[in-house]
Design a protein around this ligand. Structure first.
Ligand code: PMV
Length: 322
């Protein structure tokens, strides 16, 4: 019974989270909005084991000792354990079904799947909102991977972060959108997102305007999704992405996630849009580009990027038990 398996998808932000108002609780300075992506994510099994003297974590069959990963996992497990009658440690076995270094956030899907599995393993009765709050403490954007389709993460205003939770604003069936992930490089990114956010907050003169813009932009993106206004959504998502990267670029030392091929893809997306195709791009804290398109145009669009390694995906359901 106390062995539970679950799956959580990775998510891609259409309205980016960039900045933390509380570092230890992972509270954001702005609200954000993402889509859960089908096919790609993490499958995690947690099993209570009385013989263990600490929690043990395996990712893709390899035991993990990296202090930063262990800290994230312990944050989630300790929170769940304090609300459980069980106090034993767990063995965690996680499998990412996407290529490592593909620019997809494995910490988001990983922490969301862990939170879901552990909550049941420890026989707690947290609601999904409460689990989103716990998962967020492990890895900020993971709170969005618990939910279906189009997901809004409210920055919240409370000091304890109890109102900084994610909710689905529309299920995946609301709007069929294809996501094409163009791999520019599979190298590890140089600046981890937490380090990048802290550096930006501490040194960028643009940071305060970013926070103001990001909040309004997230609300616009939310309403364009609800109204299925593709053109308005495309303009705002690209602006949101480029302003996040411009803010990071204006940090000191400057944070540059783009590679020359990132710009090549941006340019090609813009050319195709000017010819009337329904597509737009977004880029997280790395060089790889995610292109969203309406299914009627997706095949044609794919052909234009056939010289890149491509991963195909769609807006999908959120985390679930297996
Ligand atoms: O939650 P983190 O630490 O993986 O940060 C995510 C940051 C971005 O991917 C750039 C934006 C986002 O909202 O996902």
């Amino acid at each position: 019974m106390n062995k539970v398996k679950s799956f959580a998808p990775t998510n891609i932000a259409l309205a980016k989270y960039w900045g933390k108002r509380d570092l230890s609780l992972n509270l954001p300075t702005n609200s954000s909005l993402s889509v859960s992506l089908s096919h790609y994510g993490t499958e995690t099994t947690t099993e209570l084991d009385d013989s263990l003297t600490k929690d043990v974590l395996f990712i893709n069959n390899q035991e993990i000792h990296n202090p930063s990963s262990i800290r994230k996992v312990e944050t989630v497990l300790n929170k769940i354990r304090t609300n459980s009658k069980f106090k034993s440690y767990v063995k965690i076995e996680s499998f990412n079904n996407f290529p490592t270094g593909a620019g997809l956030a494995s910490s988001a899907s990983g922490l969301a799947a862990l939170t879901l599995s552990a909550a049941k393993t420890y026989e707690t009765d947290f609601t999904l909102s409460q689990l989103s709050n716990i998962s967020r403490m492990g890895s900020g954007s993971s709170c969005r991977s618990l939910f279906d389709g189009f997901v809004y993460w409210n920055k919240g205003v409370l000091m304890d972060g109890l109102d900084s939770i994610a909710t689905s604003i529309a299920p995946s069936t609301h709007w069929e959108l294809d996501a094409t992930i163009c791999i520019v490089t599979e190298e590890e990114k140089k600046t981890a997102s937490t380090d990048g956010m802290i550096l930006t907050q501490n040194t960028s003169l643009q940071f305060s305007s970013w926070i103001e813009f990001a909040e309004q932009s997230t609300n616009k993106i939310k309403s364009y999704i609800l109204n299925k206004d593709f053109e308005a959504l495309a303009d705002e998502v690209e602006l949101n992405c480029l302003r996040m990267h411009a803010t990071a670029l204006s940090a000191f030392p400057s944070i540059l996630y783009f590679k020359p091929k990132t710009l090549d893809i941006i340019e090609r997306v813009q050319q195709l849009r000017s010819k009337g195709y329904s597509l737009f791009f977004t880029i997280d804290a790395g060089p790889n580009v995610v292109i969203f398109s309406e299914p009627k145009d997706s095949n044609q669009i794919l052909k234009h990027f056939s010289d890149y390694k491509i991963l195909n995906s769609k807006v999908s359901t959120g985390a679930h038990y297996l």
